[in-house]
Design a protein around this ligand. Sequence first.
Ligand code: CU
Length: 65
Amino acid sequence: MTSKDVNHGFGIYGPDGSLVSQVQAMPGYVNRLPVTFKVPGHYTLRCLEYCGIAHAAMQGEFDVR
Ligand SMILES: [Cu+2]
């Protein structure tokens, strides 16, 4: 995990809405986030650190089957 602009907080939320794991994305650094998903379902990604005007749009999602 890294960033091309500013610091971001990369958070993974599980199907029940709880925070599964998180890592900082920072320019000039590469951080690794090893995660094993044991619970199938719909996961969401959110930026956890205010990073600018588009912060609220920094979301994603994926499914674990
Ligand atoms: Cu942000």
